[in-house]
Design a protein around this ligand. Structure first.
Ligand SMILES: CC(C)(COP(=O)(O)OP(=O)(O)OC[C@H]1O[C@@H](n2cnc3c(N)ncnc32)[C@H](O)[C@@H]1OP(=O)(O)O)[C@@H](O)C(=O)NCCC(=O)NCCS
Length: 193
């Protein structure tokens, strides 16, 4: 097996376990085929507001099922969170291709009842670890500026607010929003030509 294949085998077996402050057990691991129903259910209970941030209609079970059916960790790496065996969140790395092959975009969604307990931070930190292992150089987060608390969460994890794209996002109501582009540099290129 090549070194590269070994790395991908390793990340496919990634696990992180933690006891939450209330004593419940948190497990983070890559999404597997058998999680289809639980993932559909996660998005089915998401609010309309939360679903705005998705590029496609994640409330449609067919859309979520297709993510599981087309699972390919080298294109999209989905990490899922279980609390006491219930799937309560998903965070994904979307890998760039060709001249973007050194980067990935991070997206994350948690069940409303499980927010503000540090799970989101732990999931993004896990994706950062995985991104390093597979040799990425940069991670990007795209967050609308109407969510300053989420932007702050990313800044606290070491991301930098690179630029804001005006009116980059349009809501279902037709209102445009500004998008903050956040970057985490995994290798330091300073001083290099
Ligand atoms: C963004 C999201 C994943 C955060 O998950 P989380 O588990 O609640 O985050 P954490 O508990 O690790 O909090 C991390 C930090 O984020 C910030 N934060 C997140 N939500 C916040 C809120 N509602 N109010 C204030 N601060 C908030 C805080 O700085 C927080 O740190 P603190 O708890 O020490 O104050 C979750 O709110 C979510 O799924 N939102 C909907 C989808 C979304 O907006 N995704 C982001 C775009 S990719």
């Amino acid at each position: 097996m090549s070194e590269n294949e070994e790395i991908w085998e390793q990340v496919a077996r990634y696990r992180k376990v933690k006891t939450l402050p209330d004593g419940s057990r948190l497990l983070l691991r890559p999404l597997q085929k058998g999680d289809k129903e639980a993932l559909v259910d996660l998005f089915a209970r998401a609010s309309r507001e939360d679903l705005e941030w998705y590029r496609i209609d994640a409330a449609d079970p067919k859309v979520v099922e297709s993510w599981v059916d087309n699972l390919n960790y080298r294109q999209v790496f989905p990490l899922v969170a279980f609390v006491n065996d219930r799937l309560i969140g998903e965070a994904t790395l979307h890998f760039g291709e060709h001249y973007h092959r050194h980067l990935a975009w991070v997206r994350i969604f948690l069940d409303k009842n499980y927010r503000r307990q540090g799970i989101g931070t732990l999931m993004v930190q896990s994706l950062i670890e995985i991104a390093r292992r597979v040799g990425l150089r940069q991670l990007y987060g795209e967050i609308v500026t109407t969510q300053p608390q989420v932007i702050q969460g990313f800044l606290d994890m070491g991301f930098q607010h690179e630029v804001t794209l005006r009116d980059y996002f349009i809501t279902s109501e037709g209102e445009t929003l500004d998008m903050a582009i956040l970057v985490l540099r995994l290798v330091d290129d300073t001083g290099k030509f």
